[in-house]
Ligand binder design. Structure first.
Ligand code: PBG
Length: 326
């Protein structure tokens, strides 16, 4: 049957009909809200590259986390900036390190909120790379042990989940065995399984001062044109024990999310990264488009592509807009 019997516009006539036939819905529980906690600030400090976001001192981050939880967001993802950086990122391993203290503060104040921590070295190394350096290159195997110790330290501080974002080979297995050996069997791993070497991380690197001081991340993060390789990365991380598999960035990689969804029956997360956030903010600030419509359209596309979980700096705004819609 086709036109004139079939008229697709019939079901687009009113908002009630459109809602009735809508195939994809965003919900507050889809979101993880990233939070930046810093030893370099003693007050809420605006992040210039990411309008509307802040670096938080430890004693204020729990209030922001509680705010997110009260809006209906189930989880936060913590990034830390230490006061002290060195070649091996040793500040990331301290029991009183910035992330460890933030986890404790949040868990004490909002125990029901899920707390996820970013596990990586780039915020803690003076050279800005995601691992330790040997002979001018990032040494994969030497980095694994540090990542595993960092993950255990976060878990012991009370993190529900660790999220390794370093892209070293074998890190999920190294982290899983270290967590299990430390009796942290219930700490989950959300692996940045298919993380691409992307220009969309620019605003984030300004926020946490983690740009590499020499070279770039092409030797460990994935080459943007590759999708079959992403499936192998995801499969390897499933085998190594990851609980949730992430694709990052999201917007320029919707095909990767969709392929992962079709190929593997696992939880897929997508990271709506800093460049995606700041691009939308800049367009809205210039009056080029309506911010809430832009954001909802972008995030809906990520969910429609197949993501179960969306990490997004827009999370609190989105949840407010979703409430207004109902
Ligand atoms: C750390 C890390 C990065 C991001 C998340 N974890 C930066 C990078 O890999 O350079 C990017 C997040 C964003 O851009 O929003 N390795």
């Amino acid at each position: 049957m086709s036109f004139p019997e079939h008229r697709p516009r019939r079901l687009r006539r009113t908002e009630a009909l459109r809602r009735l036939v809508r195939e994809t819905h965003l919900h507050p529980s889809d979101f993880v809200y990233p939070l930046f906690v810093s030893e370099l600030v003693d007050a809420k400090s605006p992040i210039e590259s990411m309008p509307g976001l802040f670096n938080w001192p430890v004693d204020m981050v729990a209030d922001e986390a509680r705010h997110a939880f009260e809006l209906g967001i189930p989880a936060v993802l913590l990034f830390g900036t230490p006061a002290f950086k060195d070649a091996t990122g040793s500040a990331s391993l301290q029991d009183d390190g910035i992330v460890q203290r933030a986890v404790r503060a949040i868990k004490e104040s909002v125990p029901k909120l899920a707390v996820i921590t970013d596990v990586c070295l780039c915020e803690y190394t003076d050279h800005g790379h995601c691992g330790v350096i040997a002979d001018g290159d990032v040494d994969n195997d030497a980095t694994l042990e540090i990542l595993a110790r960092q993950a255990v330290s976060h878990a012991q501080a009370g993190a529900d989940m660790v999220a390794p974002s370093d892209m070293m080979d074998g890190r999920v297995e190294a982290i899983r065995s270290a967590l299990d050996a430390a009796d942290c069997v219930n700490t989950a791993i959300m692996s940045y399984a298919a993380k691409y070497c992307s220009a969309f991380y620019g605003p984030f690197r300004q926020a946490v001062d983690s740009a590499p001081q020499f070279g770039d991340r092409r030797g460990y993060q994935m080459d943007p044109p590759n999708v079959r390789e992403a499936m192998r990365e995801i499969e390897q991380d499933i085998d190594e024990g990851a609980d949730i598999l992430m694709v990052k960035p999201a917007l320029a990689y919707l095909d990767v999310i969709a392929e992962a969804r079709r190929t593997y029956d696992v939880l897929i997360a997508a990271y709506n990264v800093s460049g995606e956030y700041s691009m939308v903010k800049a367009a809205a600030a210039q009056g080029l488009a309506d911010e809430s419509r832009l954001v909802l359209e972008v995030l809906t596309s990520i969910k429609r592509a197949g993501a179960d979980i969306i990490v997004s700096y827009h999370a609190p705004d989105v949840v407010r807009w979703l409430k207004d819609e109902m």
